[in-house]
Design a protein around this ligand. Structure first.
Ligand code: IFM
Length: 458
């Protein structure tokens, strides 16, 4: 246990979720099919063969779940809106029942004294849009702009914090290059087109949010994972730089007015993916760089990168696992809080966003209830303590960090891992839908109550 220290104030403490991972009710309330509904049907796509049809049944239990956020002592709740619940076919008819659901959710937040932060796109694209080319098609940009308009007109009097897109790298690369997320494609040229359209959609949505929502704050969420060479060899150093280009700079540079990094443009072109850049039209880069009010950072771990002879066609990540398995979460990700501090300081110094939020941070551990019903997840408490300390250090170092959201409120559907990876502060028994606040959640509530970190665990 580290020395006790005061938490930064004012500061927004919250928990985060996303629609497909918790809502369930996939065929209720007029919701259309999403690419994740379709992807889950693909044999072998989801480790435990599960899907999102019921998930945490949050659609029906959201009041109980908001009560849990409050019980955890948090002041904010980050959730996402399912595009196919609001515009079932992606364009055309609006489903009023879908908007009504999010209105009830937002009102519930406000009744519980929670500041809502809404994400417009956390990966559940309407399948009808995928059938018309998905994010590889430029038509998606205006479809997203219109969807953002519909949602912000209805909720903008109550929701002030808006995230356009969650983790564009995951959308583009996991979904279209590695094929391990919906829609499950494996093609770099497509992935690069997707990345461009996703960024463009973000840039087009920001003014829509600003004009529909008085006093709004709009931003995008990126995932950061500081890349470090596995050795001092020139080849590993170059590989780490290449990873940094793919994972961070490809998004952060254009978002901050620098255009796409030229080293990566040259690399992708040399690898035969140059056709992707035909998607970039005059004015696009200005749109992508539309000023925002915050940058959201999702952080889980660092990446140790080695040069390798893996042929690019295999679409495999070029990272190596760290040697000490004791320091890994159930995702196989190293516990490395220092990387959060480094990432926040780096982004602040390099890109100067107006303000920052840690919009996701957390760890998967399978701990379930013991014979007394208590969930003793000490490993998660340690993880959170380390990362909260990193946030306090970043604020002390002058980073304009104004909030932190734990991933996740609930154990939930962890994409291709199904229900096997548990990130929640709250345990969910998926057979009964019973919720149990874990020890880590009780510890967090105590930290927030006492407004200090490093005290005795409850
Ligand atoms: O569960 C995901 C979330 O949907 C996006 N960020 C990473 C989390 C953990 O993998």
């Amino acid at each position: 246990m580290s020395e006790a220290r005061a938490l930064p104030t004012p500061f927004l403490w919250g928990a985060a979720t996303s629609s497909f991972q918790i809502e369930g009710a996939s065929a209720e309330g007029g919701r259309g099919e999403s690419i994740w509904d379709r992807y889950c049907q693909r044999p072998g796509a989801i480790a435990d063969g599960s899907d999102g049809r019921v998930a945490c049944d949050h659609f029906h239990r959201f009041r109980e779940d908001l009560g849990l956020v409050r019980e955890l002592g948090l002041g904010a709740y980050r959730f996402s809106i399912a595009w196919p619940r609001v515009v079932p076919l992606g364009t055309g008819a609006v489903n009023e029942q879908g908007l009504d659901f999010y209105e009830r959710l937002v009102d519930g937040c406000l009744e519980h004294g929670l500041r809502p932060m809404a994400t417009l796109y956390h990966w559940d694209l309407p399948q009808a849009l995928q059938d018309r080319g998905g994010w590889a098609s430029r038509d998606l940009v205006s479809a997203f702009e219109r969807y953002a308009d519909v949602v912000t007109r209805r909720l903008g009097d109550r929701v002030k914090d808006w995230v356009t897109i969650n983790e564009p790298w995951c959308v583009a690369v996991l979904g279209h290059v590695h094929g391990v997320q919906a829609p499950g494609l494996k093609d770099w040229t497509t992935g690069l087109r997707v990345a461009h359209h996703v960024l463009l959609a973000h840039g087009r949505a920001v003014p829509v949010i600003h004009s529909n929502v008085p006093a709004s704050r709009a931003g995008i969420v990126v995932i950061l994972s500081p890349s470090m060479p596995a050795s001092d060899s020139a080849a590993d150093v170059a590989a780490a730089r290449a990873f940094d280009g793919e994972f961070h700079r490809w998004y952060l540079d254009p978002l901050h007015g620098r255009g796409y990094p030229q080293d990566k443009v040259a690399e992708y072109t040399a690898a035969g993916h140059g056709a992707a850049f035909e998607a970039v039209q005059p004015g696009d880069l200005d749109t992508i760089a539309t000023p925002t009010d915050f940058l959201g950072v999702n952080y889980y771990s660092r990446a140790i990168v080695r040069s390798s002879a893996i042929p690019e066609a295999e679409n495999r990540p070029r990272t190596i696992p760290v040697p000490d398995p004791a320091g890994l979460t159930d995702m196989g990700w190293e516990v490395y809080p220092r990387g959060l501090f480094d990432s926040l300081v780096h982004v602040h110094r390099e890109y100067r966003p107006k303000r920052l939020f840690v919009t996701e941070n957390g760890a998967a551990y399978a701990t379930g209830p013991d014979a007394t019903g208590r969930v003793r997840d000490e490993a998660r408490r340690v993880y959170l303590e380390g990362h909260l300390t990193a946030c306090c250090d970043a604020v002390a170092a002058g980073v304009p960090l104004e909030g932190y959201f734990v991933w996740s409120l609930l154990d939930n559907f962890e994409w291709s891992h199904g229900y096997q990876k548990r990130f929640g502060l709250v345990h969910v028994d998926f057979a009964t839908q019973r919720r149990t606040i874990k020890d880590s959640g009780r510890w967090l509530a105590q930290v927030l109550r006492e407004n200090r970190l490093g005290g005795k665990a409850p």
